[in-house]
Design a protein around this ligand. Sequence first.
Ligand code: EPZ
Length: 423
Amino acid sequence: MDSIVVKGNGALSGAIPIAGAKNACLTLMPATLLSDEPLTLTNAPRLSDIATMTQLLQSLGAEVASLQDGLVLAMSSHTITSHTADYDIVRKMRASILVLGPMLARDGHAIVSLPGGCAIGARPVDLHLKALEAMGADLDLRDGYVHAKAPGGRLKGAVFEFPFVSVGATENALMAATLAKGTTVLKTAAREPEIVDLARCLRKMGARIEGEGTSTIAIEGVDRLHGATHQVVADRIELGTYMLVPAICGGDIECLGGTIDLVGAFAERLDAAGVSVTQTNRGVKVSRKNGRVRAVDVTTAPYPGFPTDLQAQMMALLCTAEGTSVLEEKIFENRFMHAPELIRMGARIEVHGGHATVTGVPKLKGARVMATDLRASVSLILAALAAEGETVVSRVYHLDRGYERVEEKLRACGALIERVKAA
Ligand code: EPZ
């Protein structure tokens, strides 16, 4: 297994290009299953999760060509040749459940493996299933698979209120509703930029959708969707992650391609910590000059709140702040696994259930640490950039799921970082 070796060397400055959003691309790709005409995505990120979704779609009969060094995904699902999403692929990536709604909506049947738990929590898919049931789907859970059928071959419009916000369940229901008979209204829908991006793409394909970006989305089903070309929105989590580089190391970095409104609540916390954040005509510029950042409290929440996907990285910053910060994780029940690894680097953190209390130290120290999930792994890299001495982060395959060319992007700003290939 590869590892990443980082030597902390002070302030970092430069420009970092922000890729297309992993989590938008992972929901836009299954949208190809809704139409027999081609769907082309531009600004796709080059990540192992995208390769996994490609493999899943191909196993269902979709053609997926990766063009222009992976930046363009040309997909075509003329016919769905298999309606079964196999456990061997689904277990690798939970977003695989997003093929359920589209297949069921287009052909009236689908069999999709249940994803199972994962490192950050139990993560059930009951809300995905309840929304589809509200649209008339007959669901049968057998042998670890959801066997789904739409009576008469077509889902029907429904009013469905999610008991709480789920990004994935909103995406699955939204895609399914585009081809249902009649109008669907989704209440307490997720408002994430990835939902807005999906709705925009579906509309280009001929879907009739209103209200994306608010908590009520109305979808009037149509008989068929057609082909489209769509540019994937910028990755707000990659943006936030690189905004933390000058915050934690000092320096001045311009993230090319993002906008502050994608990360409003996060940018507000950075500002409160004493980090300067400004919008430029090329992206977002972040700088920190002298002294340590101030401690700030953070509570994760669905968009437009502080994203859970930036909690680990923010914790890395707060490990070096002046004062004590409290981080509250409200989305996933087990998302503090980076804390024991940061403690190995000299951080002072106490975790009690969903709260972590972080008392900043003047300097972290390099150590051997282990990545436990995607965002945890990059939080360790951020900590390592600011630490004294050398840090070796192992199990970096987690990182490759969601960050393309990390070493290259950071080296361009002066970081001493390299990947050591497993022997
Ligand atoms: C998406 O996951 C993202 N993944 C996650 O990003 C992100 O952390 C999460 O949204 C929250 O923002 C993708 O978009 C591919 P949810 P998702 O359904 O859709 C519970 C990353 O690092 N829940 O909004 O799976 C669930 O357990 C990843 O890039 C149910 O109980 O998240 C969680 O506690 C990790 N039943 C909460 O809701 C359900 O049926 C929110 O989950 C669905 C969810």
